[in-house]
Design a protein around this ligand. Structure first.
Ligand code: GYE
Length: 348
């Protein structure tokens, strides 16, 4: 009885191995199927008579949008480190702020038949056609960091990243509380990030939804400065030339732009953190140093170290598990008092 059961179990395996050998002989690519551990199993035949079963790593194509900020560089490092730790083979492409280059990278991942594609999109719109190409190729997509506005939700598996709207609200709440006893008008300058990008759109919205509670808060200047130090410096110089004496608050959508602005403010002869209250987003080491030194007033954290979460999602997809449509990174805020405590732990 026992012998017969074993025989029944062995037959399908033998047929499978035989087919695999035939495939190799016919010059067809080896089969790639995710097994229970999420590894891709590759069946190869070294010699017609002997069959070896080896595991090959999952391949992930990652389309990074650029390298404009400390946040971005920390994010790229986190992805590379986490992929290496998870044993995932990473194809990494930096698009230097060009959506067109992201399309090229994604197409090359499709050609190379990667297992999963992750995309950090430079702007929100224009993604549906390329995502349809990826879907047709049967490759699952993870949206990371920034959001893509798409109507067909079947074009991606999950979106892993921060809640930018909430970050804008946190910035607004700090300002509201900080200015509780200061009479208006409170004139605010805003340095926005890349035009059309989700962090810029959502941070601006969240901030406004809080500060509108007080009628004497007024955003008098608001320009895009591309999330870079140089952009921040140049736009702030222009703001100061236009309405230098009136600006009481600067809300910068990231640390890098705030760092550039601080230089411009000092050159103009004002004291950042005192004459002009500075609020920014990200929480990079350089920003926390400025915060501890009193030149920034508040930093909302946006966590770039999401590599491990991305790799976990990749593995779960390969294991055939279903994921939530949205995975939000957990984040905090920093004040002048808490910045110094955090500095020794800061990785970026
Ligand atoms: O805040 C900024 C970066 O998309 C969350 O992009 C990211 C933003 C981040 O350039 O520094």
């Amino acid at each position: 009885m026992h012998g017969r059961r074993t025989a029944m179990w062995v037959w399908p395996l033998m047929i499978f191995l035989l087919l695999a050998c035939n495939k190799k002989e016919a010059g067809l690519p080896p089969e790639r199927t995710p097994d229970a551990s999420g590894q891709t199993v590759v069946v190869t035949a070294e010699e017609p008579s002997s069959v070896t079963v080896s595991r090959r790593p999952i391949t992930l194509g990652f389309s990074q949008l650029g390298s404009e900020s400390d946040w971005r560089n920390a994010n790229s490092e986190s992805v590379k480190e986490a992929a290496a730790e998870a044993g995932i083979e990473l194809l990494f492409e930096n698009a230097e702020q060009s959506q067109e280059k992201q399309f090229e990278a994604i197409r090359s991942f499709v050609e190379k038949k990667v297992d999963v594609i992750a995309i950090a999109p430079v702007i929100e719109t224009g993604w549906e056609p390329i995502l349809r190409e990826v879907k047709q190729a049967g490759i699952p997509v993870i949206m990371v960091d920034r959001e893509m506005k798409i109507s067909d939700q079947s074009l991606y598996v999950t979106f892993i990243g921060s809640d930018f709207y909430e970050e804008g609200r946190k910035a607004g709440k700090f300002l509201r509380d900080y200015m509780r006893d200061e009479p208006g008008p409170i004139r605010i300058a805003e340095l926005k990030g890349t035009e059309g990008s989700s962090p810029t759109i959502e941070r601006a919205k969240g901030f406004r939804d809080i500060i509108r509670e007080r009628e004497d808060f007024e955003i008098i200047l608001s320009e895009h400065a591309n999330f870079t130090v140089e952009g921040g410096r140049q736009v702030m110089e222009q703001f100061l030339r236009e309405r230098g004496g009136e600006i009481r608050v600067l809300f910068a959508h990231n640390d890098d732009m705030a760092l550039g602005a601080v230089e411009a403010i000092k050159e103009y002869g004002l004291r950042p953190g005192k004459d002009i209250i500075i609020i920014s987003v990200d929480g990079s080491r350089r920003a926390l140093e400025k915060l501890a030194a009193g030149e920034f007033n508040f930093v909302v954290e946006c966590n770039p170290l999401i590599g491990p979460q991305i790799m976990q999602a990749v593995q779960e997809i390969m294991e055939g598990r279903s994921l939530p449509k949205r995975i939000v990174s957990s984040e905090t805020v920093f004040t002048q008092a808490t910045a110094a405590q955090e500095l020794p732990n800061r990785r970026y």
